[in-house]
Design a protein around this ligand. Structure first.
Ligand SMILES: Cc1cc2nc3c(=O)[nH]c(=O)nc-3n(C[C@H](O)[C@H](O)[C@H](O)COP(=O)(O)O)c2cc1C
Length: 206
C-alpha cells in the first residue's frame, strides 16, 4: 500500500491560485509514489468548537458533522499538505474552525497523555504549508505559520516545509510564474519522496 497524504484546501475557490499551487504539490507527491486525498475544507459542513470538552474523556467530539469521519483519517495519514490564502492576517475562518476541532487530539496528547497517533507514524509524519497573501508586508504569514505550527504539534505531524507567496494582488495569476509552480511540485515530490525513498534516490543520483 502506498503512503497516504492528506491535502487540505483552505481557499473557497476550487480553481484559484491556492488551488493551483496545491494541485501542483499533489502531482509531485503522487509522482513520488504516494496516494493523496484532497479535502476542500470550505465544502465541509462543520461547526466551530463549542468547548463542550467531551474530548477530555473521549477519543472523539460530541458534535457529529463532516469532521467526525476525518478523525481516523488524521490518525492514520502519513503526511499532510495545507494550502491556504491569508485572510485578515491569518487562516481563513472555515479552515481555522476545522483545525480547532482537533482539540480531540490535543486532549488525548496533553490531558490524558494517551496520544491518538502511534509512535511509528509520529516519526515519519511531516507537514508542508503552502500559503498565498494578497499584500506584501513583512508580517503577512506570521498568523498562518503560528497557527499551522500549533496544529501540527496537536496532530503530531511536524511542521517541515513551506512555500509562502506574497504580493498575489500584483502577481494575479500563478500560471504566469512557472518557477513558483515548479517549486510547489518539487516540495510535494520531496514530501512524498521522503516517505517512499524516491527523494533520497533522486538526491543520491544528482
Ligand atoms: C476576506 C479576505 C481577507 C484577506 N485578508 C488578507 C490579509 O490580511 N493579508 C493579505 O496579504 N491578503 C489578504 N487577502 C488576499 C488573499 O490572501 C489573496 O487574494 C489570495 O491570493 C487569495 O487566494 P485564492 O484566490 O486562492 O483564494 C484577503 C482576501 C480575502 C477574500
Amino acid at each position: 500500500m502506498n503512503p497516504r497524504i492528506v491535502a487540505l484546501l483552505g481557499s473557497p475557490l476550487a480553481e484559484g491560485n491556492t488551488a493551483k499551487l496545491l494541485k501542483k504539490s499533489i502531482a509531485g507527491a503522487e509522482a513520488a509514489g504516494c496516494d493523496v486525498q484532497m479535502i476542500h475544507v470550505t465544502e465541509l459542513e462543520l461547526s466551530a468548537c463549542r468547548e463542550h470538552y467531551f474530548c477530555k474523556n473521549n477519543t472523539t467530539c460530541l458534535m457529529e458533522d463532516d469532521v467526525s469521519p476525518l478523525y481516523p483519517v488524521f490518525r492514520d495519514l502519513d503526511s499532510l499538505i495545507i494550502a491556504t490564502p491569508v485572510m485578515t492576517m491569518g487562516i481563513p475562518g472555515h479552515l481555522k474552525s476545522f483545525m480547532d476541532r482537533f482539540q480531540v487530539f490535543f486532549c488525548a496528547k496533553y490531558v490524558r497523555n494517551d496520544r491518538l497517533v502511534v509512535k511509528e507514524k509520529r516519526m515519519i509524519r511531516r507537514t508542508l504549508l503552502l500559503s498565498i497573501s494578497g499584500m506584501n508586508v513583512p508580517e503577512n504569514f506570521d498568523g498562518v505559520v503560528l497557527s499551522t505550527k500549533s496544529f501540527c504539534d496537536v496532530i503530531d505531524c511536524r511542521y517541515d516545509d513551506e512555500l509562502l507567496i506574497r504580493d498575489m494582488d500584483n502577481k494575479k495569476d500563478l500560471d504566469l510564474f512557472p518557477d513558483l509552480m515548479e517549486s510547489a511540485y518539487q516540495k510535494g515530490f520531496r514530501l512524498g519522496g521522503l516517505l517512499t525513498g524516491k527523494y533520497e534516490q533522486l538526491k543520491s543520483a544528482e
